[in-house]
Design a protein around this ligand. Structure first.
Ligand code: KG4
Ligand code: ZN
Length: 344
């Protein structure tokens, strides 16, 4: 068991080469180099371009993080790295880099789950208990409601999307509306000038008949189709109204189901994490609805919602502080892993 461990975390599951350094629950450095612009003209992340960009950026991102934290590599107590889920070639760059440093410095390393790490970032710069909690994890690849009994060892999936992830829905609808990639921030911006009540878009899986099989599951593909159909039927459509109404439909469903999970589990804390947690309407409406329901709401600061290294370091730090065993050197990245494995 380590108290106040100095942990360096590496994240390379998608298009961000990111390194974070924490001491215990205090954030010391958070450096991100993104290849997002290299993917923009393809309308989505190209795995091979992402992997190559990670290799090119890795050493300088690590150096910058050490400078920002005012420490040297030899001071690090433990390393942490995203081992899955994510793009396999991208993950391998991070895992190899972290393992190389751990071997060279003879320090422990924790391979960690990206999804759990998104939630663990909530532990930084505050001293409240992280678990138990209900977590709404909404990113480009995942949309789930989780029951977090123990962040590093016991996270249960209560429900997930049965088709598109929430962030993916934002990205696809942005493309339909001819807004730039990544779609989440574009729609968020466009929606500010629109009326969220202009169009009553469908709320997937919220009918009474969905309660038995899909109580905490999401579906966004019907909503995406409804947006498509709407702009075909109304060629002179007001883009800001469509963006605002689409966003309202997504956010409404996310919050309805999250609050139902809190109520039914008796857990009075909701953590909202992942890239879509940066959405301004989700942040606004979650404050209102949690206040009304007597639920304690925790949302990471904007800069820690999308992929970053601080979240990986945070989970590594929790694992080390709680005395959980480090990973065996040579562990492999796993692309399609769920939450059955949190530490490698
Ligand atoms: O967590 P993240 O950085 O990467 C994954 O693990 O997927 O999430 C990226 C997703 C993208 O789909 C992006 O469009 C979405 O988060 N996103 C947003 C906003 N900022 C990022 N979605 C809605 N509103 C935002 N402001
Ligand atoms: Zn992510």
């Amino acid at each position: 068991m380590m108290s106040q461990p100095l942990v360096l975390g590496i994240e390379t599951s998608c298009d961000e080469t990111a390194v974070g350094i924490v001491r215990g629950r205090t954030l010391l450095a958070n450096v991100i180099s993104s290849s997002v612009e290299e993917h923009a003209r393809f309308g989505g992340v190209v795995p091979e371009i992402a992997s190559r960009a990670h290799i090119e950026a890795m050493t300088s991102v690590i150096s910058q993080a050490l400078v920002e934290a005012k420490i040297s590599l030899a001071d690090i107590d433990a390393f942490a790295v995203t081992a899955g889920p994510g793009l396999i070639g991208a993950l391998i760059v991070g895992v190899s880099s972290a393992q190389g440093m751990a071997i060279a410095l003879d320090k422990p390393i924790y391979g960690v789950n990206h999804l759990s790490a998104h939630i663990a970032v909530d532990s930084l710069n505050s001293d409240h208990a992280l678990d138990p909690a209900i977590a709404l994890l909404v990113s480009g690849g995942h949309s789930s409601i989780l029951q977090v009994n123990e962040i590093a060892s016991d996270v249960r999936v209560l429900g997930s999307t049965i088709d598109d992830a929430a962030g993916e829905a934002f990205d696809k609808v942005a493309r339909i509306l001819d807004l730039p990639f990544p779609g989440g921030p574009s729609i968020d911006r466009e929606a500010k000038a629109g009326n969220p009540l202009a169009i009553d878009f469908p709320r997937g899986l919220t009918h009474a008949s969905d309660k038995e099989k899909h109580h905490f599951d999401f579906s966004f593909s019907g909503l995406k189709t409804a947006v498509s159909r709407y702009i075909q039927m109304v060629p002179e459509y007001a883009r800001a109204d469509v963006a605002a109404s689409f966003q309202e439909a997504v956010v409404d469903v996310l919050l309805r189901k999250s609050l139902a999970a809190c109520k039914e589990s008796g857990i009075e804390t909701l953590i909202i994490a992942g890239g879509v947690a940066a959405n301004s309407r989700l942040r606004e409406l979650s404050i209102q609805r949690c206040e009304a329901a007597g639920i304690e709401l925790r949302t990471p600061p904007m800069g820690l919602c999308t992929d970053n290294g601080a979240m990986v370091a945070a989970l590594g730090s929790i694992a080390a502080s709680r005395g959980l065993p480090a990973s065996t050197l040579g562990f492999a990245a796993e692309s399609g892993i769920g939450l059955s494995k949190i530490l490698w």
